[in-house]
Design a protein around this ligand. Structure first.
Ligand SMILES: CC(C)(COP(=O)(O)OP(=O)(O)OC[C@H]1O[C@@H](n2cnc3c(N)ncnc32)[C@H](O)[C@@H]1OP(=O)(O)O)[C@@H](O)C(=O)NCCC(=O)NCCSC(=O)CC(=O)O
Length: 454
């Protein structure tokens, strides 16, 4: 079927500020500094509410956003790096009229199609998320876009600076905002109230300074918050969602138990099984020279891994990258066994996560990305199966779909628990149309019983 691209009309951009409060400053830690120049994360939550009027929607969301910002003041502020400062910090200043900029828009698109799973042009999602202005000295932290789909519902686009928020903090903020919108008279529960104490992050080896030196040398020794340039997304890139049910995951787990010689040490969690399965399909879909190298990465939340651990409500980044920049494609390309090989590697990387390796993990990308040949297959994860993002109910029910729009910029894979609460996983991908066909056929073939695929 041929579709004309939907039109999104911007109606207004409004500033939403917290209720009167003092100014606030929050320093960045080394966990934040690792993400300083990476692109922001754009999330899109779709809600089906045909009876909702635009004026009710906008006034409720604005009012509850303002109330939520009182607890999340840095989100209304800016990341600032003055030439005289050794490092950037987050500043919220009412005198500077700091606020979250909220774009209000209306679309004539079909919400059910955009929030479906079938391949849709990746570029159709860009007009639904706002931009985050960034200069050398200053960057906005958060921007929001509310897009009304008359007689269908709305989408909520949230763009978050990665040096300020990780997935856990973004999810906590969204759930807090939803709570304040749905139950405006109830106080914010403890598990949605952020902990802003930065003294809990210790830096015995001076990792912060090492990271700052690397960022300075990347910008001619001048402080700069400018982000790495993002690539243009071509018209041939489509966004698609695949799903693994709890039963699919259990069958894949049993397959590893039967076929792997690694035995009991393997960590056969939902994340390991799902991501290994996706990696094996992506590497096979690309095919090519078996001696080629593949960059495989994922982020791990260190809040509970530090000693002593940080509070689960810690505000900011507490994630560290893991994986292998130079994984061999050959074992993953093996028919059938490639998946088991990917599980063994991933399981080892997850089991090896420990605070002693944080420094190496955070510094190694600077060198690795310089030496990699152009065109190397890069596989990484955005989001997580643990964020509970589908719990963001603003009073009109759970989202019908959540997308991470920015996976098209770096060709990463988005993972999320399935919205229906049945223990499955949603996998978001942005690929060329040809690659989607190859990936899709490998994905469904591998879920059939072993004797049928051999
Ligand atoms: C490193 C990991 C991915 C490895 O995942 P694993 O699933 O193997 O390990 P795990 O410790 O999470 O869970 C293993 C098992 O422990 C139990 N378990 C652990 N935590 C649980 C929880 N919170 N709820 C329910 N069960 C839990 C389950 O039984 C699970 O098995 P079972 O799974 O079978 O039920 C993870 O530990 C982790 O750090 N996840 C968070 C990653 C994250 O924050 N990503 C966002 C990055 S920021 C980003 O990308 C940008 C953005 O999102 O904005």
């Amino acid at each position: 079927m041929v579709h004309s691209s939907p039109t999104v009309n911007i109606l207004e951009v409004v500033r939403v500020s917290p209720p009167p409060s003092d100014s606030a400053t929050l320093p960045l830690t080394y966990f934040d500094l690792g993400w300083l120049k990476l692109h922001p994360v754009d999330r899109l939550l779709f809600y089906r509410v045909p009876e909702l009027t635009r004026s009710v929607l906008i006034s409720k969301l604005k009012f509850s956003l303002s109330a939520t910002l009182l607890h999340y003041l840095p989100l209304a502020g800016r990341l600032v790096w003055n030439p005289t400062d050794t490092k950037p910090s987050i500043v919220y200043s009412p005198d500077e009229k700091d606020a979250v900029y909220v774009t209000v828009a209306e679309s004539n698109g079909e919400l059910s199609r955009l929030s479906g799973d079938e391949p849709r042009p990746a570029t159709e999602f860009h007009p639904l998320v706002p931009e985050l202005p960034v200069s050398d000295e200053s960057a906005r932290v958060l921007a929001v876009q509310i897009t009304f789909f008359p007689n269908q519902g709305f989408s909520l686009g949230v763009t978050a600076h990665h040096a300020v928020l990780d997935g856990k903090t973004t999810a906590m903020f969204l759930k807090a905002w939803a709570h304040n919108c749905k139950q405006e008279h109830d106080p914010l529960p403890h598990d949605l109230t952020p902990s802003m104490d930065r003294t809990v992050v210790r830096d015995p080896t001076g990792l912060e300074t090492k990271l700052l030196n690397r960022w300075m040398s990347a910008s001619n020794n001048k402080p700069s918050l400018k982000l790495f340039p993002s690539k243009e997304i071509g018209a041939d890139i489509v966004r698609v969602t695949y799903r693994l049910t709890r039963e699919n995951i259990q069958k894949l787990r049993e397959r590893v138990e039967t076929e792997s010689k690694a035995g009991a040490e393997l960590r056969l969690s939902t994340f390991v099984i799902t991501y290994a399965y996706v990696i094996s399909c992506l590497v096979k879909a690309r095919g090519g020279d078996p001696t080629r190298r593949v960059c495989i990465g994922f982020a791990s939340d260190f809040r509970s891994r530090l000693n002593p651990p940080l509070p689960p409500t810690y505000f900011g980044n507490c994630i560290v990258g893991a994986g292998d920049f130079d994984a061999k494609a050959e074992p993953i390309l093996e028919e059938g066994e490639g998946f088991v090989s990917a599980v063994e590697s991933l399981s080892g990387w997850v089991n090896g996560l420990c605070p002693e390796n944080i420094e190496k993990s955070m510094l190694s990308p600077f060198e690795a990305f310089k030496r990699m040949e152009p065109g190397r297959q890069m596989i990484s994860v955005a989001g997580s199966t643990r964020l509970g993002i589908y719990g963001s109910d603003f009073g009109w029910g759970k989202p019908v779909k959540v997308e991470i729009v920015t996976i098209d910029k770096d060709m990463s894979v988005s993972l999320s628990e399935s919205g229906d609460g049945t223990g499955g996983v949603e996998i978001g991908l942005c690929l060329t149309k040809d690659n989607v066909e190859r990936f899709g056929s490998l994905f469904s073939r591998g879920l059939k019983k072993k004797r049928e695929i051999s």
